[in-house]
Design a protein around this ligand. Structure first.
Ligand code: 9MR
Length: 387
């Protein structure tokens, strides 16, 4: 594995692999302000870079869309394909938000991921109630009808889907680490995952099917338990012939709260690849809460951990793409989420561009990680970019 190239302050102390004598600690560099976007850096090793976006932001902020066109080769919906966006009422789907995003991607020669078909959260109230009270046939229909409708609608346009998102939650106490509080599991048992992947294959056999989850990255006991639970789940799914093809590692890092160890994370990714699965980093960002108050120092530490994380991820040839959860600090869930937001209302700085769309040290760290990455295994081609 490659050595981490730089170290900085408290966050780097949380990166627990020691530097060898030839590695010179230095701050991650300031970015090149006018060069090619991250998508071009990613393409050098046959990968994709992209980001999440909401259609409301796209409509109201031309500077954001210009930045996305410059930087991203793939987009994903931060909101529009969750069921409380698409199915406020039981009797009709509303794909208008997602349609706008897919049209934007097509117009600009970008690929698109789909997020997310089955999730315990972000479901409309009527769906929660219907899953609790309906007979099994109807419960299966409530799960599958959406998979079929969404995947058929975007067949050929959305090339990868987060079919099941966040299926594990060891802290809820089940011995197998599976999430206990989920309308899908409560109604259908673990078989809801099997059903979802089979229906997804039927709906669009050409789209890559992902299981996605968070909390797989750090050295904490929390992440250790989550890695174990997801590996065991993947083993069971594959043993049952469930057509899951890839793991989405969300990559929401909290460098000032939990440690990162290159070897632990690399071993985990190796195990996943060893099962014959592809991998993507699907929601990368770094919570800067708890970091230094000096902004440049904080940016440097965030960038250092981001680089260490991506160096490990991109060292694995099964990792085909990296998407950040947003692009600019102007729009980040980290600035509103209770556990991560700064109490004084200061914006979080966990994304590649600042709130005025200027590239930050994290941008440079991502660009350099891509530049130094060995080639990925064969990927779907990115429209408009060399393979
Ligand atoms: O960033 C998203 C936020 O705007 C939504 O309100 C929220 C609920 O739909 O979901 C957030 O995105 C989550 C993603 O869908 C799944 N992984 C965790 C993300 C951050 O909470």
């Amino acid at each position: 594995m490659k050595r981490r190239a730089f170290l900085a302050g408290a966050a780097a102390a949380a990166v627990s692999v020691p530097l060898t004598s030839s590695a010179v600690p230095q701050l991650p560099p300031m970015p090149d302000t006018s060069g090619p976007g991250l998508k071009a850096h990613a393409a050098r090793s046959g990968r994709r870079y992209g980001c999440a976006i909401k259609s409301s932001q796209m409509q109201s902020d031309p500077a954001l869309t210009a930045a996305i066109v410059r930087e991203a080769g793939v987009i994903v919906q931060e909101w529009e394909l969750k069921r409380n966006a698409t199915q406020q009422r039981p009797d009709r789907f509303d794909f208008s938000g997602a349609d706008k995003l897919i049209a934007f991607a097509q117009k600009n020669g970008m690929a698109a991921r789909g997020h997310t078909l089955v999730w315990y959260a972000a479901n409309p109230k009527w769906l929660d109630a219907a899953m609790r009270t309906s007979p099994r046939r109807r419960q299966e229909g409530l799960l599958g009808g959406y998979i079929t409708a969404a995947m058929r609608r975007y067949a050929g346009k959305i090339t990868e889907w987060d079919v099941v998102n966040e299926a594990i939650e060891p802290k809820e106490g089940r011995p197998d680490g599976m999430r206990a509080k989920t309308i899908w599991g409560e109604a259908l048992g673990e078989g809801y995952i099997d059903l979802a992947f089979h229906l997804a294959r039927d709906a669009d056999p050409t789209a890559r099917r992902f299981l996605t989850d968070y909390g797989l990255e750090h050295t904490s006991r929390r992440c250790e338990q989550r890695r174990t639970a997801i590996l065991k789940l993947l083993e069971r799914l594959l043993a049952r012939g469930v057509p899951v093809q890839a793991l989405g590692v969300q990559g929401h890092l909290k460098p000032f709260q939990e440690g990162f160890d290159e070897r632990v994370f690399a071993n985990f990714l190796d195990e996943v690849r060893g099962m014959g699965l592809k991998i993507a980093i699907t929601e990368f960002d770094l919570a800067d809460r708890g970091g230094p108050l000096d902004i440049d120092q904080r940016d440097a530490e965030v960038a250092a951990v981001g680089r260490a994380f991506l160096d490990v991820a991109l060292d694995n040839p099964a990792v085909g793409s990296v998407l950040t959860w947003g692009l600019s600090d102007r729009y980040s869930w980290l600035s509103t989420y209770e556990g991560y937001r700064w109490p004084d209302g200061e914006l979080s700085r966990g994304l590649p561009l600042d709130s005025n769309f200027r590239r930050k040290r994290l941008w440079a760290a991502i660009a350099q990680a891509f530049d130094h990455a060995p080639r990925a295994e064969a990927e779907l081609p990115v429209p408009g970019l060399p393979a």
